[in-house]
Design a protein around this ligand. Structure first.
Ligand code: FES
Length: 85
């Protein structure tokens, strides 16, 4: 399937440009010419760039690693009881 009809650039060619390191529409155009004429395909190229960025960004980490959390625990013998005045 063509992403860019004007310049007859296929989805495979655009994907190859992105996987080779193109991170902007302009970089894709430089790499494979897609998007270099009327601009109707710019949205599709941006969508492919966003999909690739989502794929390579990896999982969202919300918590510190277990070893980091264990470092912050207070050992039992460090606890001190105080009497309320
Ligand atoms: S469809 Fe890509 S520049 Fe026209």
């Amino acid at each position: 399937m063509y992403v860019c009809v004007c310049l007859a650039v296929s989805e495979t060619e655009v994907q190859a440009a992105i996987e080779a390191g193109a991170t902007t529409r302009e970089a894709v155009t430089l790499a494979c010419k897609a998007g270099g004429d009327c601009g109707a395909c710019h949205g599709m190229i941006r969508t492919m760039l966003e999909d690739h960025a989502d794929d390579v960004s990896g999982p969202i980490v919300c918590c510190p690693p277990a070893s980091a959390a264990a470092d912050r625990l207070v050992p039992d013998n460090a606890l001190v009881r105080t009497r309320a005045a």
